[in-house]
Design a protein around this ligand. Structure first.
Ligand code: SF4
Ligand code: SF4
Length: 471
């Protein structure tokens, strides 16, 4: 055997092993197109390696091997770090910042403005252009008929209702003052930070980081009126604690793959309950340590959490507006506890998300309500961002009776945390060539359109009506 043939054979064996591993992982992830492509590639590798034994044709596989080795070498040329990402949310500032008014959130408008109330009149005097569209939308209910896409499949819909019934109990304890008679614990910030992070992971957070609360990111006025506290509506929000313990919980891949069906909203609701528990427990811990603690969860928001998570070094924000975290991609929910206890903030990180999103656009292509922009970022309230059309997104939720989550499920960063996807994420974070080329490779291998996948039998909403596909 000539040295060239041996060279081609070694490369072919390595490539074949990598390809078969890709096929194995894709099969487990129910990515049918990727399995087909992987098997096709394996066949091609076998055919090309045979050419290495044919005297007049050996140069074809040899040349392809050299091209492949060259491309792989180029992948290891490091990209300059993304300076914007490394500055955290302030890295995206483009001009004067206007604090967001929580009363303007579509969620808040639809849920917390009772028709005929003083607050209702005040709001629509300020924004007469929004009244009629909001009224139409309000008639459809918060998410329409829960679980309507699955014909209200009761086990999953009941999971959603059960989980959402928990945060209202805990929201009453979101603001924890220092316990009477307790002198603030005198821990060094290093030790306090170590304890807080271990505690967060111990009680159930999947990732934790510390950020300083940026006053410009705090809502300017209260919009939510939980517990019928209408007097709170329109009050300026100020005097929040300085530090934030930001916690992420992972949306299970096995649920998210059903998006927009009911297993995914059952999982969202479950994590809202878990996040309420985590953030409240942490707030109460600070109270018993002699400090203020404010739990930020679905029953008490003082600021939007994705920028806070960026500042806590937990990820970057993607085109679809979700935080994209290193291990879980967009499959996370964010919760936080604010405190005065001095802590050491984490540094923001660069994962190559912005460069990847520029070419990917998979979420925008798959969004059924076309709510995600294909274009460049725009400047909104002084920060550049991809601006989601919340109203049309929310409208789709009411049509399916779930929180959809297709854009979370289809994001390439959301794939399971396996060796294969971990390696890809590392390359995307470090290599400009990977940031530029991998979105196209991903689209070719996996396709651009979302198809819900099969869930575990205990979640299967298709059992009830002759296995009829209702998507
Ligand atoms: S949740 Fe669904 S409707 Fe909303 S932006 Fe994402 S894909 Fe579009
Ligand atoms: S699907 Fe693509 S474009 Fe959308 S957030 Fe994820 S990486 Fe970015």
């Amino acid at each position: 055997m000539s040295p060239v043939t041996v060279f081609v054979l070694i490369i072919s064996v390595l490539l074949l092993a990598a390809t078969l591993y890709f096929v194995f992982e894709s099969f487990r992830e129910q990515e049918k197109r990727a399995v087909r492509n992987g098997l096709g590639a394996a066949l091609l590798i076998l055919c090309l390696s045979v050419l290495a034994f044919i005297p007049v044709l050996w140069f074809i596989p040899a040349a392809l091997c050299l091209v492949l080795i060259g491309f792989s070498a180029l992948l290891f040329i490091p990209a300059a770090p993304d300076e914007k990402a490394l500055k955290g949310s302030r890295g995206y500032q483009k001009g004067d910042v206007t604090r967001f008014d929580e009363r303007d959130s579509v969620f808040v408008r639809y849920r917390y403005l009772p028709e005929g109330s003083e607050q209702y009149t005040t709001y629509y005097q300020m924004h007469p252009d929004r009244e009629s569209a909001d009224a139409q939308r309000r008639k459809k209910g918060f998410i329409g008929t829960p679980g309507s896409i699955d014909r209200e499949y009761l086990p999953n819909v009941a999971m959603m209702h059960a989980a959402f019934s928990i945060p209202p109990f805990l929201g009453l304890h979101a603001h924890a003052s220092p316990q009477d008679g307790v002198t603030p614990a005198r821990l060094t910030p290093e030790k306090a930070t170590r304890i807080v992070k271990h505690l967060a992971l111990h009680i159930g957070a999947d990732m934790v980081g510390i950020a300083k609360v940026d006053p410009d990111l705090v809502y300017s006025h209260r919009g939510e009126t939980h517990y019928e506290r209408f007097d709170d509506w329109g009050k300026p929000i100020s005097d929040l604690p300085k530090y934030a313990v930001v916690m992420l919980t992972e949306m299970k891949h096995g649920h998210v793959i059903s998006a927009p069906h009911t297993p995914t909203v059952a999982e969202s609701a479950h994590l809202y309950a878990r996040g309420a528990y985590l953030s409240t427990l942490m707030a109460q811990w600070f109270s018993h340590m002699g400090y203020r603690g404010v739990a930020e969860h679905t029953r008490n928001y003082d600021l939007p959490l994705p920028p806070l998570a960026v500042d806590a070094g937990l990820g970057e924000v993607g085109r679809q507006g979700y935080l994209i975290a290193p291990k879980f991609g967009a499959r996370v929910r964010i919760f936080a506890t604010l405190t005065d206890m001095p802590l050491i903030p984490d540094a923001p990180i660069s994962m190559g998300v912005e460069a990847f999103c520029m070419a990917c656009k998979k979420c925008a292509d798959s969004c059924p309500s076309k709510s995600i922009p294909w274009d460049e970022k725009v400047v909104y309230n002084g920060f550049e961002k991809w601006k989601l059309d919340e109203a049309s997104c929310f409208d789709y939720w009411s049509r399916v009776g779930t929180d959809c989550s297709i854009c979370m499920a289809i994001c390439p960063f959301s794939r399971p945390d396996t060796l294969l996807h971990r390696a890809v994420r590392v390359l995307v974070a470090k290599s400009r060539l990977a940031q530029r080329t991998f979105p196209y490779v991903d689209n070719f291998l996996y396709g651009k359109q979302w198809r819900p996948k099969t869930v575990a039998p205990w979640l299967s909403y298709r059992n009830q009506h002759d296995d009829t596909e209702v998507y």
